[in-house]
Design a binder for this molecule. Sequence first.
Ligand code: NAD
Length: 542
Amino acid sequence: MHNAYFNFAEPTNEPVLSYAPGSPEAISLKAAIAEAKSQVKDIPMYINGQEVRSGNTVEIRPPHETAHLLGHFHKSDESHVHSAIAAALAAREAWSEMAWEHRAAIFLKAADLLATRYRYKMNAATMLGQSKNAFQAEIDSACELIDFLRFNVHFLTGIYNQQPLSPAGVHNRMEYRPLEGFVLAVTPFNFTAIGGNLPTSAAMCGNVVVWKPANTQVYSASVFMEILLEAGLPAGVINLIYPSGPMVGDICYQHPDFAGVHFTGSTGVFQSMWKSIGENISRYKTYPRIVGETGGKDFVFVHPSADVDAVVAGLLRGAFEYQGQKCSAASRAYLPSNLAEAIKSKLLAEMKTLKMGVVDDFSNFVNAVIDEKSFDSLARYIDGVKNSNGQAKIIAGGGYDKTKGWFIEPTVIEAADPKYVTMCEELFGPVLTIHVYDAAQWEAALDVVDTTSPYALTGAVFAQDRYAIELMTKKLVNAAGNFYINDKPTGAVVGQQPFGGARASGTNDKAGSVLNLYRWLSARTVKETLVSPKDYRYPFHS
Ligand code: NAD
């Protein structure tokens, strides 16, 4: 700070626009979709603030309309990974020394650009590239990303203000330095906001970043990079490249200046990263920070006292919004025998009203899954139920069709065995498995919930009985990093429900909270003695 302490007040959450038929936002968004579809976009890498093209291009097509070509991106090879690291390290000194109010202004400007001029372009890119409906894009690529940027500026200001005690004669202070080296951000396909948050939260703290998004999110990631550059992000601070995951890992984890990885994605990839980093540990100048939010097998536990309609709404939204491709999506539900028939019949009736199709038609609730690999994997699980010899049965949906896009029908499986494969493994699609338990044994059923999967990301309980709610909250204390009472397990909001899970679901560093920002800082404590002693002897010596 120079000659003043600057305050960045707590923001409010960005309001979610409705996109109701005929609303100004619906008209603007449809125009942005039409404009995006009228072009074939050529998407470069961004290294040292420059557009870089390798000529080795990969096509981008909407998952719900695979006949349409949206654009292509330029794949990175090893030389681009090395250039991105070099550009980041070259930018480090100037960036890490820039006064906080100037760094902060860049991210606040990016938030304002996204909230205004870029809102529809960004939402259109997310809808087309990742197959989200208008509402799912709005809460992700507009509101959540805007919130991440504004709230993190506020949280970091709070950290910088935390200073130690200074008794008489001494001035103590803490400097929150960025890490010594570069940070690698590796981001998943399913949230544009996570793609934007992982590199910017580290950069905001004064770090320099190499950002590698999932191939299936490059289309919207590149729009965010345009925003950052327009907001004034200096060259080299965030370098956006498109190598394969193993390639970026191999190069970064062997680099002596590798200072940390900010990852969101699957558990298997994160565990392999951690292992490689461990194998290279003696190479680094500083112990790298390893932050990862990973998979989930998120539960809904229904107590015998639950409100049936609330459960049905929670399951429909929790399991099928964005085709179940949220790390927090409800994918296993435990229904008590006294309510199971009522819940199932209402759920199945409502599922008949869920419309599936392209994102351009705003009346569709469900769109396509992200790619052929995901489609094939989900189809295999569905076929597995059909061949399960009665261990499980499909009670709704079960269809799939890849002729026009990667469409998996919203599906409910009923499993007699609470450890049936689809009750345990993360499927990442619009497939919910339910198990009916004996209502008289509901406490014992909680042990099954707690021990069925290695994950602990999100979970929800539904009940009216307050003693039961209290007991479930205690017994499931380690089963979820985000725990919901009488609500769906999805839809965490920045500043309201800091997000992250434990066990195999991640390091639980809570994206969009002060806890996450601490991971990108390395504090230096400075003690200054105002009048130094001039004699080594203490008073008791004389
Ligand atoms: P993914 O693990 O397949 O890919 C994530 C990123 O890792 C991508 O950029 C990918 O290219 C990269 N990658 C792949 N192999 C790599 C390797 N060997 N080394 C380095 N990078 C590599 O995940 P996805 O399919 O993009 O996303 C879905 C997964 O993400 C699900 O498991 C979901 O639960 C999880 N997720 C978790 C959270 C959370 O907050 N816990 C949020 C969103 C998604």
